[in-house]
Design a protein. Sequence first.
Lengths: 148, 148
Amino acid sequence: MMKSEQIYKLIWMSRPLMQAAENAVELGLDGTGLTVRTRAVLEILYAEDEATVPAIAQKLEINRQYVQLMVNETLADNLTVRCENPRHKKSAIITLTDQGRALIKDVIGREMSLVRSMSAGLNTSEVETALKVVTALIEKLKSNIESD
Amino acid sequence: MMKSEQIYKLIWMSRPLMQAAENAVELGLDGTGLTVRTRAVLEILYAEDEATVPAIAQKLEINRQYVQLMVNETLADNLTVRCENPRHKKSAIITLTDQGRALIKDVIGREMSLVRSMSAGLNTSEVETALKVVTALIEKLKSNIESD
DNA sequence: CAGTCTTGACATTGTACATGTCATTATGAC
DNA sequence: GTCATAATGACATGTACAATGTCAAGACTG
């Protein structure tokens, strides 16, 4: 098979991969009250410590209005709180509550141990290469779209 | 970075990859009247020559009712036709019309040439490895889900 | 302080499906 | 053949994940 055919195939495998990944994540979220999307919000806050709604939207590359809805859910569930923003009185800084931090930490921990159990049969350099190739493909696809 | 962290990262890159890929495909579909989904139907028919609606649904791993809608669209646009099925009078075999075949051939051809232009900087063995790793991950994720 | 941006809130719309139901055949077991 | 069961197409309804538009309040810039 030619290289370009393999790349083509690889690109189209992104959908099954994503579906399988999200199904697996969803399973791990069972009982937590989280969805894949609210989980994504908590994950960002866990990594960044704090962020405004528009900042989260930029990270997730989806629009701020929808992120606002997701954040409002996490606020209602007491997983996050609004803190005063010294730079902008109307735009609150969102941070995790202790409860939220514990929850996302637990979720990510369980996901990581699942991944570890899947890592048998794959060696480090192969994974590294795969990561590099996929990163490059995303870059190339995006730049192709913008160049129109 | 540890191997499992890299795998974790790779898995989560499937969404941006898929989005970038579908955006690129959508761009290539501009003016054809096709959507990413009807394109998928035509692609299967191009590869398989013929298929019933339930068979297409199985390939796409989505439910037959939705596939029926997509197929009906392609029938309305004269890209496919219903042929008699000797094995089942009610379930027509769907095949491409000459118009449909020419269209999907052209679309795939343009996609392939785009991929070729992106393949610089990636060598064959790297792509091969990436394909192998991603395939393995999909397998592992799916079997994990089923084992519950 | 006038004009422009940013943010949050809310309403509307769209896409991509899943699910349920029904009538119409088909098929397989007897 | 007959009868139970399954497969198919058609249609209705529901849902998750958003995009888009609009507005008012507040913030920032010159």
